[in-house]
Every structure is written in structure tokens, then in C-alpha cells.
Design a protein around this ligand. Structure first.
Ligand code: ZN
Length: 314
């Protein structure tokens, strides 16, 4: 599936079932998870990262990812994504039939070593192997690299922009379809987002992928708008801002999907998502997670009086 949007539209890629659930302690029962994915699709969400092919010992919350992929493949018009941190994960994603995988590659050498115990160069070698496997056994599957800690890192602090740009170019040279930038630690500001996306686009052009921005310090929407103004048209977001961040208690993690959709629709930028039904999709999430806090200002405040959504489709 290729759901990349036209110039006047954006694609909201829902990452809650992966990025959100991996950060909460509660294990969401599979039937609830599948109902949640159905509700997101019913609201008009057309790309969902349904899980991660990591060891269930590391992330038991995502042990049912293959089942989530198979279920989501039955939803019409949906691009089914999964995260694959290594060759084994990529093989499992191909076997399950995912349309697209995301491979996280850290821009910060310190983060890479701490997270996957590999240098960036070793990760690039893995990426090359995954691309060659894809070319042989699942040529239709798209591969995106998400450059994590692209805007800064809790371990090493500043991540030089030159290194991010060079890494993006190296990923494209390795054969991936898209490279996105992730603000894993919520360090980005709008000026930085504009500058870095502009530089990456100048380097890799249309292979520039999603903006994956966090709201750790309240700049999530401002950063998304900055990326939009720089030509980015795919945005990762998480329903209910699920995930949180261990370094910022009380702050949401990913950009809240409901607020992001509201911002774009209010601006007249089409998302294809029905906000009211999107807010309804919080119910199965709440049912499956019990006491986990959900974030989002639009669901709390409601839609403004007289607000008419421009781009609803079923
Ligand atoms: Zn994230």
C-alpha cells in the first residue's frame, strides 16, 4: 500500500500500538488491541504501526505483533507497518506480510551502543542486509529508517547535524525507501526542526520520510507545524499521547494524534480522519489499559462551537 498524500494533505501515521504500548507497563490483551486498531481504521487512519518484532522477553506488550499485522491486513486501504530492529525482526515482519517496516537507527553513537549494543556503522550493515533480503523475498515491502535521537540525546547531549545528514544519505545509499527523523527524547525546537528537515531534504529529496516528534516539553505541535512548513507530509502520532516519557513525569510522549488532527483540520489541511470518531477510538484503548493516563487537550476541551471539519471520509 502506498498512502503517501498529495501536497494539500498530510498522512497521520498512528504509532500508539507500537511506540505507545511499548512504554507502558500494562500488557494490553490482544482482543482489545485488535478492537483499538479497528476503531482507528474506522476513524479514517490509513497507516498504523501495529507493533514491533522484538523479543517478547524484552517487550511482552508487543508479543502479539504478528497477530496484529495479520488482523490489520484485513482492513481495507490501510498501510500496515511494524518496527523491525534487526534482520530477525525484518524476517518476521516479511513473514507476517507487513506492508512496511521501520528500522530505528540512532544518530547518537552513545544511544546506539546503549540501545542495541551496536555502532551506527554496524546498524548500517544490518540495514543493507535487510534491504537485500527484502529485494529477494518481499520486493513489495517498503523500508523506512527512522533516525532516532536526530535532535539530541539524553546520553551524549548534542547530536551534530552534519552526522544526521550524512547518516540519512548513507541509509538511502543502503537502499531504503524513506528516511524519517525522530525526536526520541523530546529535545527538538521548531527552528531546529526546520533547519534539519531542510538539510535532509536537500540531501535525499523525496526519500525524506516521517516526522516523529515527541511532546515531552510541550513543543510537539509547534515542531510538527515547523516540519509541515518545510514540506513534510507524513507525521507519526500516538492516540492519547500514549507512552509518556520516564524523564518527564506528567508529560505525554508522542505527539497526541487527536490534537495533531485537530490542528491540521482547523488549518484546512486534510488528514482524512474524522476527529469525533478518532476520539471514540480512545474507549477501546482505555478498556484495554485500565489505569494508564491518556493525554490530549482536544478530547478534554471538545471541538469549538461551529467547527466544521473539511475532510471527513468514512
Ligand atoms: Zn517515539
Amino acid at each position: 500500500m502506498d498512502n503517501r498524500p498529495a501536497a494539500s494533505e498530510v498522512l497521520i501515521s498512528e504509532v500508539g500500538p507500537r511506540d505507545g504500548l511499548q512504554s507502558v507497563k500494562t500488557i494490553m490483551p490482544t482482543p482489545h488491541k485488535l478492537r483499538w486498531i479497528d476503531a482507528l481504521h474506522a476513524a479514517g487512519v490509513r497507516e498504523i504501526e501495529v507493533g514491533s518484532f522484538v523479543s517478547p522477553k524484552l517487550l511482552p506488550q508487543l508479543a502479539d505483533t504478528a497477530e496484529a499485522v495479520r488482523h490489520a491486513l484485513g482492513l481495507p486501504g490501510l498501510t500496515v507497518m511494524a518496527l523491525a530492529p534487526n534482520l530477525r525482526g525484518a524476517q518476521a515482519a516479511m513473514q507476517a506480510g507487513a506492508h512496511k517496516i521501520t528500522i530505528p537507527v540512532s544518530a547518537s553513537q552513545a544511544h546506539s551502543l546503549a540501545n542495541v549494543r551496536k555502532t551506527r556503522e554496524e546498524m548500517l550493515a544490518d540495514v543493507r542486509e535487510i534491504v537485500s533480503l527484502r529485494n529477494r523475498s518481499a520486493p513489495g515491502m517498503k523500508i523506512e529508517v527512522g533516525i532516532s535521537t536526530a535532535f539530541g540525546c539524553t546520553l551524549q547531549g548534542i547530536v551534530p547535524e552534519d552526522e544526521v545528514v550524512a547518516l540519512a544519505a548513507a541509509c538511502v545509499a543502503a537502499g531504503v525507501d524513506e528516511v524519517g527523523l525522530s525526536d526520541t527524547t523530546g529535545y527538538a525546537n521548531p527552528a531546529q526542526v526546520r533547519r534539519l528537515f531542510r538539510r535532509v531534504r536537500a540531501e535525499i529529496g523525496d526519500a525524506t520520510g516521517a516526522a516523529h516528534l515527541h511532546n515531552t516539553r510541550g513543543l510537539g505541535l509547534a515542531n510538527c507545524l515547523a516540519a509541515y512548513e518545510e514540506g513534510v507530509r507524513t507525521f507519526d502520532a500516538s492516540l492519547g499521547g500514549l507512552g509518556g516519557c520516564p524523564y518527564a513525569p506528567g508529560a505525554s510522549g508522542n505527539v497526541v494524534t487527536e490534537d495533531l488532527v485537530f490542528m491540521f483540520e482547523a488549518m484546512g489541511v486534510r488528514t482524512g480522519i474524522d476527529i469525533a470518531r478518532l476520539i471514540d477510538a480512545r474507549a477501546p484503548l482505555r478498556d484495554g489499559l485500565g489505569n494508564e493516563p491518556l493525554y490530549g487537550m482536544t478530547p478534554d476541551a471538545g471541538l469549538p462551537k461551529g467547527f466544521v471539519q473539511g475532510a471527513v471520509h468514512g
